[in-house]
Design a protein around this ligand. Structure first.
Ligand SMILES: NC(=O)c1ccc[n+]([C@@H]2O[C@H](COP(=O)([O-])OP(=O)(O)OC[C@H]3O[C@@H](n4cnc5c(N)ncnc54)[C@H](OP(=O)(O)O)[C@@H]3O)[C@@H](O)[C@H]2O)c1
Length: 325
């Protein structure tokens, strides 16, 4: 079987993406072959591209897509040819028309959910789920600080946090994103160029600070985030959009009030079929109830993935982004 796909042969900027024809073998033991209909763009794709998260070269890119099962390999049960499925997982290769992937990763798409919406919500929505339900379990009445509140993960996380009864303080960079973050349920907005984010956050929380910070920016915001927490607060540092966090001394946590820090990765929270389906049930429930709506801010042809990477890294995108094969 032949497929068009994005490949990279070296780490670097968006220019390293190539669009070419590749051979797809028959699916192996425990695998299915899937024809993609919509592909989710995620910031992690840029980390694979730059080598920040090392992968063996040459490689495909992309960790999320919706599609139709075209063939099943030996030993696969519970998935049939023609099924409409969505997945979030590795090895990275969702920037392709057709691929093989482990069958256990496939999640049936709810009947009333369009393919693009499924690819827009799975990886980012499962991330919102574990951030709010596992990394720090948000309580009704908690104030939380959330960076990139108009972005892919941020749009879903802010709506879900509000639904759980949290007061969400969203950080964004532009006036357009202020409006989006408010529509996502952020009660307060802090601009990302605020020179004293901790002071602003303390002012919004009666001097106390927030119960948890969800920080996807990384290097540039790490200490401002620690300084925004209340005593015993939890710092969830879960991304590197400005670069990885530099090493720091544990004493920094003591002097700010016996803080907790966690550096989680989605795949550790959904690493069995049972955990994955449980998390998807909770995610699809909040989507069906209307508590969380899925916003696709922009779509690109898959062959133009380099342009999508440029826009994502230049902070030009909002909500989720879809690549169309
Ligand atoms: N650990 C995990 O399990 C996990 C899973 C999924 C995603 N993530 C992380 O979550 C974050 C969001 O992912 P996403 O795919 O939904 O992307 P996104 O939020 O749609 O896009 C990134 C946003 O980050 C903000 N940002 C702040 N500083 C930035 C900088 N120096 N360069 C670029 N962007 C910057 C921008 O929003 P403003 O312009 O409003 O500041 C930008 O729009 C990423 O850091 C990603 O790595 C982690």
């Amino acid at each position: 079987m032949k497929s068009k796909a994005i490949r990279i042969y070296e780490f670097g900027g968006p220019d390293v993406l190539t669009w070419e024809e590749v051979d797809v073998p028959d699916p192996g033991e425990g695998e299915v072959q899937i024809r993609h209909t919509a592909i989710g763009l995620n910031f992690i794709d840029t980390y694979h591209r730059t080598g920040l998260y090392p992968v063996d070269l040459p490689t495909g890119l992309g960790s999320e897509a919706t599609g139709i099962v075209e063939a099943v390999g030996p030993g696969v049960t519970g998935v049939a040819v023609g099924d409409r499925v969505v997945y979030a997982g590795t090895p990275a290769n969702s920037y392709s028309e057709i691929r093989n992937i482990a069958a256990w990763l496939l999640v049936p798409v709810p009947d009333d959910m369009p393919d693009e919406q499924a690819a827009a919500v799975l990886l980012k929505g499962l991330t919102a789920w574990y951030l709010l339900r596992r990394s720090y379990r948000v309580n009704k009445g908690d104030a939380i600080l959330l960076y990139a509140a108009a972005g892919g993960v941020g749009s879903l996380t802010s709506q879900w946090a509000k639904h759980l009864g949290a007061t969400v303080i969203g950080v964004v960079s532009t006036d357009e994103k202020v409006e989006l973050a408010r529509a996502n349920g952020c009660e307060h907005i802090v601009m990302s160029d605020d020179a004293d984010i901790p002071g602003t956050v303390k002012g919004l929380t009666g001097g106390e600070g927030v119960a948890a910070v969800y920080d996807s920016v990384g290097r540039d915001t790490f200490f401002a985030s620690l300084d925004s927490l209340r005593p015993h607060g939890t710092m969830v540092t879960f991304g590197n959009s400005s670069g990885p966090v530099d090493p720091f001394a544990p004493a920094e946590l003591a002097k700010r009030g016996s803080l907790y820090v966690t550096r989680p990765i989605l795949f550790h929270f959904v690493n069995t079929r049972e955990k994955l389906l449980h998390a998807c049930d909770e995610l699809f429930d909040v989507v069906h109830s209307g508590a969380v709506s899925i916003s696709i801010g922009q779509q690109y042809a898959l062959k133009d993935a380099a342009k999508a990477h440029r826009d994502l890294e230049a902070r030009k995108t909002t909500g989720s982004t879809i690549l169309l094969p």
